[in-house]
Design a protein around this ligand. Structure first.
Ligand code: NAP
Length: 262
């Protein structure tokens, strides 16, 4: 029997997205699976229908293409059965900032940020109106760490975290749950696709472990879930330090160190 909410998952043909699909199907949710590779989506859909007796639709879409993206937005706006969006499709890129081409960084930004925020924007008003539903945005710990040397990728993931935190503040009072999930290196195809040898990484989480942990955070309605973070107090400290800044930065006076006499 189906759970009440249909879950639309982007980047569901493999990796973290395909694992979310399997887990939500196991929980009895109907699914809408989105990615470019229709063959893989169809195969996963057939497997999940068979194993879990749920309805699974497939939308073939390249989320960097406006017309494809618009089709998914329309589905999110119009299909009242969809109550959960998993904004997961994303890519990484190898090389330093000056080695990456202008077109390739723009492409990455389009997929990791523009598509993600457009899809969130398409569904959020309807969920807020219903007073129910959830949006899961997949960020990355790289978004916290310019030191990791993935500058543009990390910047897109910093966007995802900020967006999620802001959306959470706005939408929680309206009954809509927003979760940012920040994985660290996880064993998926993303590394190979980016031309990075996974064997050069010292710590790799298994994708099933990552998604299961993220779903523990989901069930607890955590706004930010960081499965690899061992000491949760570190995150609380960071947020506390950031909030400590707020009164300091909302000032009309220039700080003394920037005045001519300083
Ligand atoms: N794996 C990690 O170490 C890691 C760590 C932190 C965060 N993340 C984040 O987790 C998310 C999922 O990554 P993953 O590791 O599962 O990667 P993956 O195995 O490479 O899967 C990426 C998914 O996104 C889809 N996709 C890629 N480009 C697309 C496009 N233009 N339009 C539509 N779909 C597209 C791919 O399907 P098609 O090729 O069929 O389109 C695939 O289903 C990403 O946002 C990533 O940044 C991953």
């Amino acid at each position: 029997m189906s759970s009440s909410k249909t879950v639309l998952i982007t980047g569901a043909s493999t990796g973290i997205g395909a694992t979310y699909a399997a887990r939500f199907a196991q929980r009895g949710h109907d699914l809408v699976l989105v990615a470019r590779d229709k063959g893989r989506l169809d195969a996963l859909a057939a497997k999940l229908r068979e194993a879990h007796n749920v309805n699974v639709d497939v939308i073939q879409a390249d989320l960097t293409q406006t017309s494809d993206l618009n089709r998914v937005e329309t589905r999110l706006r119009d299909d009242a059965a969809i109550g959960i969006l998993v904004n997961n499709a994303g890519a990484a890129q190898s090389g330093s900032f000056i080695e990456q081409s202008t077109d390739s960084v723009a492409q990455l930004v389009t997929l990791n940020t523009t598509a993600l925020v457009r899809l969130a924007s398409a569904i959020a008003p309807r969920l807020a109106q219903a007073g129910d539903g959830a949006i899961i945005n997949i960020g990355s710990v790289v978004g916290l760490a310019p030191e990791f040397g993935m500058t543009v990728y990390g910047a897109t993931k910093a966007f995802v975290l900020f967006l999620s935190q802001g959306m959470s503040l706005e939408l929680t009072p309206k009954g809509v749950y927003v979760q940012a999930v920040l994985p660290a290196a996880t064993r998926t195809e993303i590394w190979d696709r980016a031309g990075i040898d996974i064997n050069t990484l010292s710590e790799i989480m298994e994708v099933g472990d990552l998604v299961d942990a993220a779903l523990v955070g989901f069930d607890r309605r955590e706004p930010v879930t960081i499965p690899p973070l061992q000491d949760a107090a570190r995150w609380d400290d960071l947020q506390g330090a950031r909030q400590g800044l707020l009164a300091q930065i909302k000032q009309s006076q220039v700080a003394e160190r920037y005045t001519a006499k300083a």
